[in-house]
Ligand binder design. Sequence first.
Ligand SMILES: C[S@@+](CC[C@H](N)C(=O)[O-])C[C@H]1O[C@@H](n2cnc3c(N)ncnc32)[C@H](O)[C@@H]1O
Length: 315
Amino acid sequence: MRVIIPPIKSQGIKTKLVPWIQALVPDVSGRWIEPFIGTGVVAINSGFRRAILSDTNPHIIRFYQAVQERRITPSIVREYLEREGEILRKAGNKGYDHFTYIKDRFNREHDPLDFLFLSRAGFNGMIRFNRKGEWNIPFCQKPERFRRTYVTKIVNQVRDVSCLIQPEWRFLNKPFEEVIPIATEMDIIYCDPPYMGRYVDYYSGWTEDDEHHLFELLSTTKARFILSTWHHNDYRKNEMVQKYWRHFNIVTRDHFYHSGGKIENRRAIVEALVFNFSANIQKHNYGVEPKPKQLMLLEERVEYITQQLSRADVV
Ligand SMILES: C[S@@+](CC[C@H](N)C(=O)[O-])C[C@H]1O[C@@H](n2cnc3c(N)ncnc32)[C@H](O)[C@@H]1O
């Protein structure tokens, strides 16, 4: 499966898990409902015509609304990044002065193009906001960041998401408590909440009360749901799985993530998908990609996505 990569980056991005998640998605006639969309990578690859996509981070939602309404297009992004990238290259303090200029402008005006700039020129592709809700990730310290090839890569990602975002997708800036109750028995809900205690920022605080409330809402929904969470690592188990999620079906897989660029920072974690329907999928994948029946559906979706891409003429 070719996973379409979105232009927004973040530390919790599920790119590597998309085929596994998609292989589990049941055949439903309703909507894809995603209350914690983050970078949007799972939604973008869902292939659904109708969707409700939400996040408490208003900048993510504003960015995707602007793409959907064609206020942000691939050519607008190219023009913007070439211009700002050139100023960054020549700016004082090895580019830092211009990064700070864009950061201050973004904190005042909240322009989605400045959000894209910061997301791609910040340290390690992370998104974090301080207690005042201001951008809080330092400069990657590369004044040459927006070279031609890098700009083209981002422009192509904007083109891909422009093609895949459907007119019937609704983007909401609401907490999950207001989104999950919208779902009916025809819909599928995919939840990827913040993991407790990790990457906490202004928009991503997550407590056990939140987990409990999510459990209550997912326990009573008429829709089918899939929840992403972590199961265990070398040091400990996720207690929330035992406490709440063991009441549902659970499949797991090995996953590696990097905190920082160095190989010694590579950490193993077992990821889990919790779901409330029956599915023909391996309990644990041992690093092997799943080949369940649902792959048929997945292939149909991929075909759909490919058709959309070849039909679209948005560059
Ligand atoms: C782990 S990230 C989702 C990552 C996403 N699946 C991806 O691959 O990019 C969790 C997201 O939940 C959002 N969030 C945090 N608390 C929330 C809440 N109470 N309601 C809705 N969204 C929330 C955060 O802003 C963040 O974007």
